[in-house]
Design a protein around this ligand. Structure first.
Ligand SMILES: [Zn+2]
Ligand SMILES: [Zn+2]
Length: 346
């Protein structure tokens, strides 16, 4: 089969290669992949500037949905034809305190599909059956390819942040992650203000369509004025920072009320500078998030199944796998929103 392979460490070193089609070993299933999303971290694997362990040569891609086409020895509860998505934490130690508390996303031994194990920019992949979640019939494979990023979001927004129906939330960074985060906050009854910049004009429009109470282009309108009016000068209850831009951190903290809650979802990719003393003076509760857990996958799937979160409107392009390079470039230039690759056309 033809697959997108990171074949050596170092910048670039990625190409479509002919690789052996995998088969399901004991405890594993083989999945026929329908679509695979391009994630920011795929770009980082491409550039070799990511802190998560990568083991080349490896088939990349980890945000996917498909159908079981082979069941390995000893697997129970799954059969050929089942529609599924799979967690990406392929192996972890199972005995460290993080693992034993259910936070295997933080296991130092965690090794990931598409980084360490052959992933999903390919027509087939093999995963441990223990990582599967079943997909409701009415969720399309394209929509379901966004389950993995949505599970990271439900982990951050539901499991690590408290959002109450009366809360006013400031969300910065209306990319596909931001717009899914918006919908999760809305599902909890919050009033959400979405902030972006000139490059986000179209995304801000979509944020409004998806239910944001207000959208603000911070290059055209002073965010502080909008929020002061909305909160009678008290500040917002929660900040969900999805842009990973340095400036958004301090302006987010300044936007918060005393004892407000700040969650960092976007990654910066470099050390940043901001006034951390704001955390003292306002007694802010600050948290960050990494990856996803079993429970956050179930929450993501439930939100999609109920229609509370719609990932369909976040998909802007469906591109043949053979055009991966121009798709990666589009993603990097922030063209479009969520880009899916079709592994059947490589
Ligand atoms: Zn991802
Ligand atoms: Zn562990």
């Amino acid at each position: 089969m033809r697959a997108l392979v990171k074949y050596a460490e170092g910048p670039g070193n990625m190409e479509i290669r002919e690789v052996e089609e995998p088969s399901a070993g004991p405890g594993q299933v083989k999945i026929a992949i329908e679509k695979t999303g391009i994630c920011g971290s795929d770009l980082h694997i491409y550039h070799s500037d990511i802190a998560i362990p990568v083991r080349p040569p490896v088939v990349t891609g980890h945000e996917f949905a498909g159908t079981i086409c082979e069941v390995g020895e000893g697997v129970e509860g799954w059969k050929v034809g089942d529609r599924v998505v799979s967690e990406t934490a392929y192996t972890y130690c199972g005995v460290c305190p993080a693992c034993r508390s259910g936070f295997y996303n933080l296991c130092p031994e965690r090794r990931t599909l598409g980084y360490w194990y052959n992933g999903a920019f390919a027509p087939f992949t093999v995963v441990p059956a223990a990582r599967l979640h079943s997909l409701a019939d009415h969720i399309s494979f394209d929509e379901a390819a966004l389950t993995e990023p949505l599970a990271c979001i439900t982990h951050a927004v539901i499991e690590l942040t408290t959002i109450k129906p009366e809360d006013i939330v400031l969300l910065s960074g209306p990319g596909s992650v931001g717009l899914a985060t918006l919908q999760v906050a809305l599902a909890h009854g919050a009033t959400v203000v979405v902030a972006g910049t000139n490059v986000d004009e179209r995304r801000l429009k979509l944020a409004k369509e998806l239910g944001a109470a207000h959208v603000v282009n911070v290059q055209k309108e002073p965010l502080a004025d909008v929020l002061a009016k909305l909160t009678n000068g008290a500040g917002v209850d929660v900040v969900l920072e999805c842009s990973g831009s340095e400036r958004a951190v301090e302006s987010g903290m300044l936007a918060l009320k005393r004892r407000g809650r700040y969650t960092q979802i976007g990654l910066f990719g470099k050390p940043i500078t901001f006034n951390f003393e704001l955390v003292n003076y306002r007694e802010l509760q600050v948290t960050g998030s990494l990856g996803s857990t079993y429970s956050s996958w179930e929450k993501a799937l439930a939100l999609m199944a109920s229609g509370a979160v719609r990932t369909g409107p976040l998909i802007s392009h469906r591109i043949p796998l053979k055009e991966w390079k121009s798709a990666f470039e589009m993603f990097e230039k922030k063209e479009g929103l969520k880009l899916l690759l079709d592994p059947h056309d490589a």
